[in-house]
Write a protein that binds this ligand. Sequence first.
Ligand code: ARG
Length: 562
Amino acid sequence: MSYVDVFSDIIAKQLNGELTKEEIMNVVEKPKFEGQGDLAFPCFTLAKTMKVAPHKIASDLAQKLEHPLFEKVVSEGPYVNGFLDQTEVSKEVMKTVLEQGRNFGSHEFGHDERIVIDFSSPNIAKPFSMGHLRSTVIGNAISNIAEKCGYQTVKVNHLGDWGTQFGKLIVAYKLWGNEATVREEPIKELLSLYVKFHEEVKNNSDLDELAREWFKKLEDGDEEALNLWRWFRGESLKEFSKIYELLNVAFDSYHGEAFYNDKMKDTITELKRKNLVTHSEGAEVVELSEFNMPPCLLTKSDGATLYATRDLTAAFYRYDNYKFAKSLYVVGHEQSLHFNQLFSVLKKGEYPWADRLEHVPFGFILKDGKKMSTRQGKVVLLEEVIEEAISTARNNIEEKNPELNDKDDVARMVGVGAIIFHDLKNDRKSNIEFSIEDMLRFEGSTGPYVQYTYARTQSILRKAKLEKISTETGLSDPYSWAVIKAIDTFPKTILKAFHGNDPSQIAKYLIDLCRDFNKYYANEKILIDDEGLEARLALVKSVSIVIEEGLNLLGIEAPKAM
Ligand code: ARG
């Protein structure tokens, strides 16, 4: 139990149900001025319900409050101020962390309910874009955080492996493609075929008609079309797997859009049963004017289905199969309208679970202030970007610590960690500037900075050569106090990250914790042999546990040495 809990708890007990512990926790704050203690409970709300002046409530309450973790509790105007006993609190906090280990900060309120997380979801035959990278790292972190809160997660890669573009691709391949070239560099080659199609169609509109026919064949199960499609899909997946391997991300399901091909009829029947479907110029749509939105298109006049049809079908499928408590879509904010339409159709159908669906949008990755684009064949191959980060990390190691063991492994952890951290430290809705150089800095708010701090804790613990660290004594210097307070807020930080689908809470938290710890390290001699040694090592060990767990929640590995 953290000291905010304890403080709220003793107040709640004195108040005899006037306010719950949770209500108190929500208003407990840091005192405004230095010298007023560590925690303040404002009595204004109570004053209203109890019809007693707030300063009177504060002084009555303060007199009755005591607890071993508090040196004293006093009133200050309308506030009850708690002064923590640093030695006792530090002992308590370190004991909790060392006992719970990597479980520290876990919650159980998820009760093994399921959260479906649709993330990454790149498009077959196209490069894995920066947007997909964002979706991948944000979705993966959200999933880890949900598990830390006691949920089971279902990680779904909703591959873009269906749609009219496959008709175009098949036509382009049949006209201008070459098997060997595709095998050699599938994504580059398929993309350039796709681009060529768009160039040629400007002068030859028959191509569009042809593409439609081929997609129709594909939907109807034509063998030749299916074989080409399977081949393109397989080659693309091979490429994507390399990225997932580098990022250390895995999925529970690869059911992409194609998976829903034979299930969309049922969706339309179901929506008709609910009287939601109307006809408009030969197309079938769900009117959404009451939500101030354009209609959601289900089928075109030629009967072809759309992205939205497949997403609706996927939503039904996921609810039937997973009975989710929440279903998240980690997709760029440019698709907000699509998801709003999707959710509105389900709300209009009065599906009781419709409000459990949530779009988790994010901003663009920019290069020199401009959106990184894959159109016009300008490809930024993500795998190359990751490899570059790894080799830069490798060079840094060679420069700073040439004696290091497992250099390749550490370089991979650092290069990849840098990319992930750079993304996750930002508020996900803002655009972020992509710069390998910035990501890999050892100082500042970077992944390598956090990893380096972790490696530092490991090196101290190795030098100390202690089998087991006891927490019989506490700490009382000012630098450790900042660290203790930071450690104590880890569980709450996880809550915030979970409720806001916001991994940046954890990234920022780690930066603060590392800053505090590095100040402690710079100001206190840790490894001198006196009676405080065990307590100082307990602090180092506690910090190392929290950093490692925090990094892992973000999907980043923590190297033992760097
Ligand atoms: N493949 C889509 C794209 O790259 C993203 C899919 C997101 N998930 C979904 N259920 N629509 O734009």
